[in-house]
Write a protein that binds this ligand. Structure first.
Ligand code: HEC
Ligand code: HEC
Length: 390
C-alpha cells in the first residue's frame, strides 16, 4: 500500500511534464512530421484511409464490410430506423436536425464535416461521445485526408462533391499542433511487457480479460489495435484509473438478488426472462429476472484499479511499452521497429500466449459465439448481427 502514492504521483507528474514538454518542443520545432498516407483527394483515397490510417474500421463497419460493431454502422444495413440508411443519405436527415438545433443552416456535407471536426457536438442516439479527433494524434489525418474520407462517406448514398467540403480551422490548424510522438519517461521493454501481459500469474496478467491477436479473455475490450486509436495518455489512464473513462459496452452492472446476493459484471444480453452478466473471471452468469431485486449501473470499471499498486515501476513501463506497440501496424511483440504498414496483425503473439486462453468454457454461450458475444450488449442498433469477420 505504501508504494501506491509515490508511484501515482510520479507517473502523473511525468505525464504532466511530457505533455508540457511536448507543447514546448512543438512550439520551437514548428510541428512534427506530417507524412501523407494516401494520395489525392478522392473517394478512393478516402476508402483507403477509412480502412487504414484513419482507423475508422476499428469502430465502424460499412454495411456488410468490416467487423466493428460498437459504433454506428456507416453503410446500408438492416438495423432499425435511421441507422439503416447509408451515411451519405443519413447525413441529410441529420443535417435537418442540426439546422433545427443550432439555428444555422447545415447541409449533409456540413454534418459529415462536423461529425469529424467536433464529434461531441452531436452524439448519435444510443452511443457515447467516444469518437476520437481523427485529425489529432495518434490518428492524425491531414486536412486532405479528412477531405478524402468525407468524399468516401458522401459516396455512401450521397452526392460526391468536394466543393461542398469546408473544413473548419480546428482541422486546418491541427497539423501545426502535432507534437513529437509522446514518449513515456522510461522506455520500458515491450517484450518483457508482452510476457507480463500474457502471464496470468504475474502482477499484470492483462490477458485474463483482454485479447491481443486472438489470445486472451473477453471481459474487457480487445486491445490488438488500441494504441492506433487511443493516445498514450488515455492508455496510461486506463491502466491506472480504469474507472475514469469506461469503454462503451463495458459498463458494469450490479445485480442484487432477492435472496441478498450481489453480482457485478458486464451485461452481455437480456431477454424477457433473464439478464446475462459476464463476471470478471470471464464466466457468464444468467440471472433470472424473477430472482432480481435491483439492477444498478456502476460507475466503477470491472477492470481492477490496483495496477498502480501491484506493478513495479519497471513492470508498469514494460506493459505500457507493449500496449503502445499495439497500433495495428507492426507485428505483435515484434522488435518494436515500426516500418511500413503491413498486415501482420494476424500473427499470433508468441508461444507463451497459447496456453493462456481463459474462456471459462463452462458456459455454452461464451464459446459458441466467439467474437459476437464480446460486445453483444451493444443492442441491435449496432448491427451485431454483422459481427463476423469480413
Ligand atoms: C474509437 C472509435 C471510433 C473511431 C476510430 C472512429 N469513430 Fe466515428 N463514431 C464513433 C462513435 C462512438 C460515434 C457515435 C457517437 C457520435 O455521434 O459522436 C461515431 C460517429 C460517427 C459518425 C456519425 C454517424 C451518424 O450516424 O451520424 C461519422 C460520420 C463517423 N463517426 C465517421 C468516422 C470516420 C470517417 C472515422 C475515421 C476517420 C471514424 N468515424 C473513426 C466512434 C469512432
Ligand atoms: C478483470 C479484468 C481486467 C483485467 C485483469 C485488465 N483489464 Fe483492462 N479493462 C477491463 C475492462 C472491463 C475494460 C473496459 C472498461 C473500462 O474502460 O474501464 C478495460 C479497459 C482497458 C483499456 C481501455 C480500452 C479502451 O478501448 O478504452 C486498456 C488500455 C486496458 N484495459 C489495459 C489493460 C492492461 C494493460 C491490463 C493489465 C495490466 C488490464 N487492462 C487488465 C478489464 C480488465
Amino acid at each position: 500500500m505504501k508504494r501506491i502514492l509515490p508511484i501515482v504521483i510520479f507517473v502523473f507528474s511525468v505525464l504532466g511534464a511530457f505533455v508540457y514538454v511536448g507543447y514546448v518542443v512543438t512550439d520551437i520545432a514548428g510541428g512534427g512530421v506530417a507524412t501523407a498516407g494516401a494520395e489525392g483527394v478522392s473517394p478512393e483515397a478516402g476508402e483507403t484511409i477509412f480502412w487504414g490510417k484513419g482507423k475508422c474500421y476499428t469502430c465502424h463497419s460499412i454495411g456488410d464490410e468490416g467487423s466493428a460493431i460498437r459504433c454506428p454502422n456507416l453503410g446500408e444495413n438492416n438495423i432499425a430506423a435511421l441507422l439503416s440508411l447509408p451515411v451519405g443519405v443519413r447525413a441529410e436527415e441529420r443535417a435537418v436536425l442540426r439546422s433545427e438545433q443550432t439555428g444555422k443552416h447545415f447541409s449533409a456535407t456540413d454534418y459529415l464535416v462536423e461529425s469529424l471536426a467536433d464529434p461531441g457536438a452531436y452524439v448519435v442516439d444510443g452511443f457515447k461521445n467516444e469518437m476520437p479527433y481523427v485529425y489529432k494524434p495518434p490518428i492524425g489525418l491531414t486536412p486532405d485526408e479528412v477531405k478524402a474520407v468525407i468524399l468516401y462517406l458522401q459516396s455512401q448514398g450521397g452526392e460526391v462533391d468536394v466543393a461542398q467540403i469546408k473544413l473548419p480551422d480546428v482541422i486546418l490548424a491541427a497539423q501545426k499542433e502535432e507534437a513529437e510522438p509522446w514518449q513515456p519517461y522510461f522506455a520500458g521493454d515491450p517484450e518483457n511487457g508482452m510476457e507480463l501481459f500474457f502471464d496470468e500469474e504475474s502482477n499484470a496478467g492483462c490477458s485474463r480479460c483482454h485479447t491481443v491477436a486472438e489470445n486472451g479473455g473477453k471481459v474487457g475490450p480487445e486491445l490488438t489495435t488500441v494504441s492506433g486509436t487511443r493516445s498514450p495518455q488515455y492508455i496510461v489512464e486506463s491502466i491506472i484509473q480504469p474507472s475514469e473513462v469506461i469503454a462503451s459496452g463495458f459498463e458494469s452492472l450490479l445485480i442484487v438478488s432477492k435472496d441478498g446476493r450481489y453480482l457485478t459484471g458486464i451485461k452481455k444480453g437480456e431477454d424477457e426472462q433473464s439478464i446475462s452478466l459476464m463476471l470478471d473471471t470471464g464466466e457468464i452468469q444468467k440471472v433470472s429476472k424473477d430472482e432480481i431485486e435491483e439492477v444498478a449501473p456502476q460507475e466503477t470499471s470491472v477492470m481492477p484499479s490496483g495496477f498502480a499498486d501491484d506493478l513495479t515501476m519497471t513492470e508498469f513501463h514494460d506493459v505500457l511499452a507493449f500496449v503502445l506497440t499495439l497500433d495495428g501496424e507492426q507485428p505483435i511483440g515484434g522488435s518494436g521497429d515500426e516500418d511500413e504498414e503491413d498486415d501482420d496483425e494476424e500473427e499470433s503473439a508468441d508461444e507463451d500466449s497459447e496456453d493462456v486462453e481463459d474462456d471459462s468454457g463452462d458456459d455454452e454461450e461464451s464459446d459458441d459465439e466467439e467474437s459476437d458475444d464480446e460486445e453483444s450488449d451493444d443492442e441491435d442498433e449496432n448491427g451485431r448481427d454483422k459481427g463476423e469477420e469480413g
